[in-house]
Design a protein around this ligand. Structure first.
Ligand code: ADP
Ligand code: MG
Length: 238
């Protein structure tokens, strides 16, 4: 079963067409990676999938539900941003539980989910700390923790590691793959980093100027890119 389906999805801002007809499926438990140059529409696609932005035309299904005409709503998706977007005055625990508390989740449930997510991300010892007293890598873990506690069907990551130094990026890449294996959720992941795409993806979606150039497994794209653009992005020899 597919958790996310896009059928001829388009998005315009005023007279500017940004997404020009995208057809795409993310199957349950699949790790899907979006790659493509800056400005090609990766973030816009994620924002439409999670409901921060409405699609202009086409069809968007999350699970069995048609979200084409629905704007912001709790649709079982959670987004992790590059900028972390943490509340500076709140502790790590409060940052992680904020969304759940707003949704009036019972305190006992909130506590147990925060505890479990903190263990997965190895930040239990940081729960009382404020974001400003933490490293970039630790902050990014908190941002991921904030998504995990919501137990979403679909995780959306918008270049989550691009603010981290190279060594930490490698470490977090491995941990995110582990996380994906552990919780088995569907993940859609945007990156600039070809190595991230090749090592993490079940399926890579190469985007260019609001359209899909090619979809395939890392091996497929590497071995048989449809054109020079895809080859260039994937780093294949052709
Ligand atoms: P990417 O994440 O691939 O770098 P984006 O999805 O952020 O690309 O942006 C795709 C295009 O849409 C860009 O040309 C950007 O300027 C434009 N765009 C994004 N959001 C808006 C908006 N709210 N209003 C107008 N144009 C936008
Ligand atoms: Mg972007």
């Amino acid at each position: 079963m597919a958790d996310v389906v896009l059928k001829d999805v388009r998005k315009s801002f005023g007279a500017v067409d940004v997404i020009k007809g995208v057809d795409l499926e993310a199957k349950h438990g699949e790790f899907v990676v979006f790659v493509g140059p800056s400005g090609c529409g990766k973030s816009t696609l994620l924002r439409m999938i999670c409901g921060l932005e409405k699609i202009t035309s086409g069809q968007l299904l999350i699970g069995d539900e048609d979200m084409s005409d629905v704007e912001a709503s709790d649709r079982g998706t959670a987004m992790v941003f590059q900028s972390y977007a943490l509340y500076p005055h709140m502790s790590v625990a409060d940052n992680m539980s904020f969304g759940l508390r707003m949704a009036k989740t019972p305190q006992k449930v909130v506590e147990s989910r925060v505890k479990k997510a903190a263990e997965i991300l190895q930040i239990t010892h940081l729960l009382d700390r404020k974001p400003k007293d933490m490293s970039g890598g630790q902050r990014q873990r908190v941002a991921i923790g904030r998504a995990i506690v919501r137990e979403p069907k679909v995780f959306l990551f918008d270049e989550p590691l691009s603010n981290l130094d190279a060594e930490l990026r490698v470490q977090m890449r491995v941990e995110l793959s582990k996380l994906h294996n552990e919780i088995g959720a569907t993940m859609i992941y945007v990156t600039h980093d070809q190595v991230e795409a090749m090592t993490m993806a079940d399926k890579i979606v190469v985007l260019r100027d609001g359209r899909i150039e090619q979809i395939g497994s890392p091996l497929d794209l590497y071995m048989s890119p449809d054109n020079k653009f895809v080859a260039g992005f994937i780093g294949s020899p052709r």
